[in-house]
Design a protein around this ligand. Sequence first.
Ligand code: PXG
Length: 435
Amino acid sequence: MQNDLSAFWMPFTANRQFKSAPRMFVSAEDMHYRTSDHKQVLDGTAGLWCCNAGHKRPKITAAIQAQAEELDYAPAFQIGHPKAFELATKLRDMAPEPFEHVFYTNSGSESVETALKMALAYHRARGEGQRTRLIGRERGYHGVNFGGISVGGIPNNRRMFGSLLTGVDHLPSTHLPDQNRFVKGQPEHGAELADELEKIIALHGAETIAAVIVEPVAGSTGVLIPPKGYLERLRKITTKHGILLIFDEVITGFGRLGAPFAADYFGVMPDLITTAKGLTNGVIPMGAVLATGAIHDAFMTGPDHLIELFHGYTYSGNPMASAAGLATLETYEEEKLFERAASLSAYWEKALHSMADLPHVIDIRNIGLIGAIELAPIPGEPTKRAFNAFLKAFEKGVLIRTTGDIIALSPPLIIQESQIDQIVDVLSGIFKELD
Ligand code: PXG
């Protein structure tokens, strides 16, 4: 049957281009998608950075099926169901030590809004309600809701949408292409960029600032890896001034760097962590904000029968999502996938950097199982060269993501070395062919 594509207004998609030559996935298993014209496509991006355990994983599929039979939905407010508590406990056990509490959302964007609201309300609850400013960073991506695009630093995501939140300021991006190029892992230069926070604090007064939010590794804007010492300095400055530090770990959470969270990997503890994506292997929408005991406890005052935080979603801790989350975390543990990511990262690094001398390649960056290959833009036609690479890679059976003229890679943590080779072979061939 001919499928009418016109009704569905697709997100973050060139709708007219897509609908003139659609690319459709109809099934998936482990490392591969299958297209509507029966082609296998190797998943170089874990869907959208979310299917960390690969696709159609038996335990997750079975858990969802069983949950649908048992309890499809339970009200999220004033009533519970066991799996939401079980998953929260498991998450707490997996998270770094200061994180004792879990607030459920349905996406990364909602986790960001939740964390920002928690930060504001935390200060207010402690009698510091004048701390209303939020600090983000240039080239930051924190989802697409109003708080997230306000603290985010992507012009296209902001400019069409009005005046956004007031009282927001931005740190400079950590990307220093002139000093850090073809760096393996964390760059040497740029820790001092964290000191820009001191200038922002001096400008506004520390007592007006509620929180700083950053991605420990910026994913969406092309894999920007924190310079050595940068996150440590941000932590030091925020602590000194009583400002909360939020790590947006929507991409870096759940093993992407070879540790449960980037906070573990870098050994820097924020006050709030936002998550989503890998929490349920992308199978059912779910996000979570991890909060320290100190933040949670600041709300636990007043009469017992009153709601402490006026925030939450109809689907917070949804039974189906909770079941998927539990089965996902069990799959990560049973298959030791975070350890696997850590041990594969050296092979990954070497494979990626083998493309350094190919045509058009102007930078390569990597950390954990994340990689980026930056291409020189076609003069006057930015983004086109990388998008052409995406189209060609798809034709050759490899799924990649592009942002600007940067190719971003983030395969499922079950990837084999031979499949890393396949990605590099296909991309190398394409770079030689590209205009
Ligand atoms: N924070 C971060 C750091 C993210 O990367 C979000 C929040 C928002 O999550 P939701 O679930 O609301 O989409 C994200 C999402 C890409 C890409 O190709 C990245 C994201 C989403 C889609 C595509 O880089 N990140």
